[in-house]
Design a protein around this ligand. Structure first.
Ligand code: GUN
Length: 299
């Protein structure tokens, strides 16, 4: 029997670098025209190590393309009202084009209240009800960065989604639900037949086995195994987890929601972890910031 072709590794580092290079060029052109640099702010509450790492990475990436970034840090015990005042300040500060509130927030703060207070024109995370509504209605707005990044990866690798069965595993507001909506819409990539699966889905394996495109955003390490994937499927792995590994220098290695070594044998295209979807998220946040600076939207 002929040996199965190796899958194409979807390289998020290369695609995100290309997007960042385009942003950098556009920012340089803006400065040449005596416009100001775009300015992204991040609000960071408490000292969750993962959030600190993410915000530091966002700042570094912003600087690398000429976007100004500032981080507003607050202690864990900030009240909801105090945080709402910060949002109000950022909404009204003309120097700031867009801002994000890094999640999760401490338990005593209602995330919905905080996110809803962000002005939609500065919501470069695309998390506010207005931007989510615009996305659902296929109207101009800001797309959440990770789903936006997944769309760009599919586009970059010319993966045809039209009429395909796309199975999304995970229904989070940040990834699973928006990506399922985008791929079902009349757009490119899009026009797919989408099934959204979650923790209560029955016969999950039966459904994932029928996926032409499988998007894994369930938040469980190595949850999707080889026997759940159809031969030739396109596999997009959104998860990122630390798995203890004594043989690794740091004592852990990064894995996704997919058991890569087995699923690799089935897929036609697959995103690695790290280096797949992850780098795209920050690139699309920067893209949204540039759009916000120009008072433009994704459409
Ligand atoms: N926490 C985990 N991912 C994200 C993100 O994309 N944006 C924000 N604001 N918080 C997060």
């Amino acid at each position: 029997m002929a040996k199965k072709k190796e899958p194409v590794l979807i390289d998020g580092k290369v695609v995100s670098q290309k997007i960042k290079d385009e942003i950098k060029k556009e920012v340089a052109d803006l400065i040449d025209k005596k416009d100001s640099s775009p300015h992204l702010a991040a609000v960071l509450v408490g000292d969750d190590p993962a959030s600190q790492t993410y915000v530091a990475a966002k700042e570094k990436a912003a600087h690398s393309v000429g976007i100004i970034s500032s981080t507003y840090r607050y202690p864990e015990d900030i009240t909801e009202n105090e945080l709402l005042e910060v949002i109000e300040f950022l909404n009204n500060d003309d120097e700031i084009d867009g801002f994000i509130v890094q999640l999760p927030l401490p338990a005593h703060i209602n995330e919905d209240h905080i996110i809803s207070a962000i002005h939609p024109s500065k919501d470069v995370d695309g998390f506010t009800p207005v931007n989510i509504g615009n996305m659902v209605l296929n109207r101009p707005g800001y797309l959440p960065a990770t789903p936006y990044g997944i769309m760009e990866l599919l586009k970059a690798y010319k993966i045809n989604t039209e009429g395909k069965h796309c199975v999304v595993v995970g229904r989070s507001n940040i990834v699973g639900r928006p990506v399922s909506i985008l791929l079902s819409q009349k757009r490119n990539p899009g026009n797919a037949t989408v099934t959204l699966c979650h923790s209560k889905t029955k016969n999950l394996k039966e459904i994932t086995l029928s996926a032409d495109i499988l998007i894994c955003a369930i938040g469980k390490p190595q949850f999707i195994t080889g026997d759940m994937v159809k031969e030739g499927a396109v596999v997009i792995d959104v998860g990122i987890h630390r798995l203890g590994d004594d043989s690794a220098k740091k004592g852990y290695r990064l894995v996704g929601d997919v058991l890569f070594k087995d699923v690799y044998k089935k897929a036609s295209f697959i995103t690695p972890v790290p280096g797949g979807v992850g780098p795209m998220t920050i690139a699309m946040l920067l893209k949204n910031t540039l759009l916000a600076h120009k008072k433009e939207f994704y459409s």
